[in-house]
Design a protein around this ligand. Structure first.
Ligand code: GLN
Length: 564
């Protein structure tokens, strides 16, 4: 009998519902169950692909090319596995299927009502994901916050399922508890009480409340939520801020979350196996500790220099600033990949955001890159900040600073090399300069047609493609394999008309897609680490399985160990 656990949010968004759902999945998986995880987003966009990252955070890409919400990345990282198209849906995609089915006479001439048709389509999709994964339990996260208009049809799907088989459905409310006073004074339960009433208004009642707050929830307030919201004793779980998201499952388990949820569904823990995960969290916590004075002296470094177990990485990008806020969500998979690789190299990562545009305005600023052990230029679209990134790449190439380029970071590395080494002074990408006479980065013919018809949604080169790695390259040292598969999301490519010229001047083509003869990885010789990929390795990095390219990049960067 398949079981469903729905995770909904109360009070406000952005309190870590995705991490909570991923952690629940992680706990159930480590309790011996086969788990699948789904994300439902309430927006009308058919997928996340057309959204600006500053709008909704990073666009995550699955093996099958689905462009989805960043929470799918959390599911893959916490469950250490890949998901597919069926694990992600939006209001837009659900309506689209129903409308397409109606146009094909799929409802046999009946009037198609929003209820029950839309919720039934949602349930169908959840069941397809369960079937595909042969899962015992599906963890389904409902985006948005209860009480708003947008996710009501998804909650209706939960109600329908619960009415049919109440013993198979559990609903978890992740709610926020504010505190007005400094230092996390008294946590207020009232907004949570209102959130529970909003659920009651749509015919639902939570089986468990995860109380998100800056600090742990005390006994008195736990009991108050239990009493005021009719939650069974022990089913209000404290979910305070923790320094690492990977500690959340372990933290939940202190309150026996897994056991309680399973018992609510009539199940028991089968074979508990949390060894690897606990080991990882142990490593993270150890690295975050203040520097040990004896160890640092032995390493020949003053205990005052924080650098000895650190690796200092600069990310040169543009999607992180809105007003005074740093929007780290835009690059979440890159950040996580850097962390995984750093921990695997027994280093604590120290990541700094460097705005590309500042290097366009002042040429002296670029010298600050010397203060980093390694530099990353991540993916991006459009021309803003591009010239600044090219300057940063030139600096890394000449000053021998470890460099990792991701997608746009490869394209700009090629442009820089073409301009400054091959002396093709006007080298550019057709993306920023459609009329360039030297398009070293160009659009593929099939993409040209799509662009002229304004067909932007889900039309890039997306998802996993094979890549053959040349032996004797740094990429081979990293992958220890000649055949790999990596995820893509781009429209432009290295123009093969310029490949000879680039290679003649020393650019190493380390990876190629065999079907299309497209360059997938470039590198430089006589440089500690200068590697850039057309694909996005960050999407496949997992805490228990750090990505080989990131791992090698951090290994080399850590050796540089700039003194601060
Ligand atoms: N804008 C570039 C392209 O479309 C790079 C995309 C990316 O970095 N993901 O090819």
């Amino acid at each position: 009998m398949t079981k469903y656990i729905f995770v909904a949010g109360g009070v406000m968004s952005g309190v870590g519902k995705g991490i909570a759902a991923s952690s629940i999945g992680n706990i159930l998986q480590s309790s011996g169950y086969k788990v699948t995880a789904l994300k439902i987003d309430p927006y009308v966009n058919v997928d996340a692909g057309t959204m600006n990252p500053t709008e909704h955070g990073e666009v995550f890409v699955l093996d099958d090319g689905t462009e989805c919400d960043q929470d799918m990345g959390n599911y893959e990282r916490f469950l250490n596995r890949s998901f597919s198209r069926i694990n992600y849906m939006t209001t837009g995609s659900v309506y689209l299927s129903v409308i397409q089915k109606e146009r094909a006479m799929g409802y046999g001439g009946k009037q198609v009502e929003v209820v029950p048709r839309i919720p039934l389509e949602v349930i169908d999709r959840i069941n397809s994901a369960i079937k595909k994964d042969k899962a015992d339990i599906a963890v389904v996260e409902i985006g948005g916050t209860v009480g708003e208009y947008e996710n009501i049809l998804f909650l209706e799907a939960v109600r329908m399922l619960k009415i049919k088989t109440p013993q198979n459905v559990a609903l978890v409310l992740v709610s926020f508890l504010p505190a007005l006073g400094a230092g996390g004074d008294e946590l207020k339960t009232k907004p949570t009480q209102h959130a529970v009433r909003s659920l009651n208004a749509v015919g639902l009642h939570p089986d468990m409340v995860l109380a998100r707050a800056a600090v742990p929830l005390d006994k008195k307030r736990k009991e108050k939520i239990e009493f005021m919201c009719s939650i069974p004793r022990g089913y209000v779980i404290s979910a305070p801020n923790v320094s690492s998201i990977y500690d959340v499952p372990i933290n939940f388990e202190k309150d026996k979350l897994g056991e309680k949820l399973l018992s609510r569904l009539g199940l028991k823990v089968k074979n508990k196996n949390t060894r690897e995960w606990r080991k990882l969290v142990g490593v993270i916590k150890n690295l975050e500790k203040p520097v040990h004075p004896v160890k640092s002296r032995k390493a020949g470094i003053s205990p005052k220099a924080k650098s000895f177990n650190r690796v200092k990485i600069g990310i040169v990008g543009k999607y992180f600033a809105t007003g005074n806020f740093v929007l780290e969500d835009s690059y979440i998979s890159v950040i996580e990949a850097v962390k995984h690789a750093s921990w695997a190299n027994k280093r604590a990562p120290e990541i700094t955001w460097l705005s590309a545009e500042q290097y366009e305005k002042s040429s002296d600023r670029i010298n600050e890159l010397k203060n980093y052990d390694g530099i990353i230029v991540p993916g991006g679209f459009g021309s803003r900040g591009v010239e600044g990134k090219i300057k940063a790449i030139e600096f890394c190439r000449k000053q021998k600073i470890p460099y990792l380029g991701l997608c746009l970071g490869l394209q700009l590395a090629v442009i820089e090399f073409a301009r400054n080494v091959c002396k093709i002074r006007d080298a550019s990408s057709r993306e920023f300069n459609p009329k360039t006479a030297s398009p070293v980065i160009d659009v593929m013919p099939e993409q040209k047609a799509l662009l002229s018809e304004k067909k932007y949604g889900a039309t890039m080169r997306l998802g996993s493609y094979k890549c053959l790695i040349k032996k004797g390259t740094k990429s081979y040292v990293a992958y220890k394999n000649t055949v790999i598969s990596e995820r893509h999301r781009h429209r432009y490519e290295i123009n093969n008309d310029f490949r000879d010229e680039l290679e003649k001047n020393g650019l190493v083509v380390a990876g190629v897609n065999p079907e299309r003869d497209l360059v997938e990885i470039i590198e430089l010789k006589n440089h500690p680490f200068f590697v850039a990929s057309q694909f996005h390795p960050e999407f496949k990095s997992r805490p228990l399985n750090p990505h080989p390219l990131f791992r090698e990049f951090i290994r080399v960067a850590a050796k540089r160990n700039v003194q601060r």
